[in-house]
Design a protein around this ligand. Structure first.
Ligand SMILES: O=C(O)c1ccccc1NCC(=O)[C@H](O)[C@H](O)COP(=O)(O)O
Length: 270
């Protein structure tokens, strides 16, 4: 991680945060809570099955990011996500990291409690998950999907966290930014990969990465193209490459009405 200054800072901050959480609420308590939960997580594979195959949009809510600074102020995740759900979102991504993205784990918990019952849309916990404790925590928060970033995990830890996610009924979206990371994700057992156009070190976006990596994703693995997507033409480009879904945040959140921006993003193009 020495070669990744921003990611190193984020991971260090996360380690401190998780240690504090474990002290207050040990994993044995989380396990107890999970054993009493009645609602099962919703798998994207199930939610997106049926009907005409079309590209799905996972719409993201976040207040700020390292690349952009403050994105939306005032920040009202409930209003933003309600707008997304009314305008065709097939998934919701909630940034729960506080220091770098201005979110909170309770954002996800409240959104799921208030909005998920009316929809059949999976919710992604978008954070920097580095320890199995956070998988238990994500399940307790009501997540359906967890994000695992290949670049910040060893192969052993990634395999362990994919297996634990499965055991708890969660889907793991494994995010990669190179052929090596893609191979690592697949070898670790991933069946849901996210190609992140944003290099998390330089923060530079390259939409061509989805094209480069698409031929190397085996059939049967769900594929998501992430970051830097703005227009219906960008959406169509990913659709034509065979992606199942795209993950979009900033371009919706910087629009006056994020729900309307999602609707425009879904507009038909030739
Ligand atoms: O966005 C950042 O600055 C960033 C920095 C360090 C780690 C992760 C970061 N972003 C996470 C994401 O990749 C996006 O939240 C997500 O893919 C949506 O991208 P966008 O549509 O460009 O907001």
């Amino acid at each position: 991680m020495e070669d990744h200054p921003l990611l190193s800072r984020i991971v260090r901050s996360k380690q401190t945060e998780v240690e504090a959480s474990e002290h207050v609420r040990p994993v044995s308590l989380l396990e107890q809570d999970v054993s009493t939960m009645r609602e099962q997580p919703l798998s994207p594979r199930v939610a997106w099955a049926g009907g005409k195959k079309r590209l799905r949009v996972i719409a993201e809510t976040k207040k700020k990011s390292p690349s952009r600074g403050v994105i939306r102020e005032p920040y009202d995740p409930m209003a933003i996500v309600s707008g997304y759900l009314m305008n065709g979102a097939s998934g919701i991504s909630v940034l729960t990291d506080g220091p770098f993205f201005g979110g909170h784990p309770d954002d996800l918990r409240l959104l799921k409690e208030k909005l998920a019952r009316e929809t059949r849309v999976p919710f992604l916990r978008k954070d920097f998950l580095i320890l199995p404790y956070q998988i238990w925590e994500s399940r307790c928060l009501g997540a359906d999907i967890v994000l695992l970033i290949a670049r910040i995990l060893s192969f052993e830890r990634l395999s362990e966290m994919i297996a634990l996610s499965r055991r708890l009924g969660l889907s793991a979206l494994v995010e990669v930014h190179s052929r090596e990371e893609l191979d690592m994700a697949l070898d670790a057992g991933s069946d849901l990969v996210g190609i992140n156009h944003r290099d998390l070190d330089s923060l530079v976006i390259d939409l061509g990465l989805s094209e480069k990596l698409a031929p190397h994703i085996p059939k049967g693995v769900l594929r998501v193209a992430e970051s830097g997507l703005k227009t219906p033409e960008d959406r169509k480009r990913m659709e034509d490459l065979g992606y199942d879904a795209v993950l979009v945040g900033e371009s919706f959140l910087t629009a006056p009405d994020p729900g309307v921006a999602l609707k425009e993003f879904l507009r038909d193009v030739d």
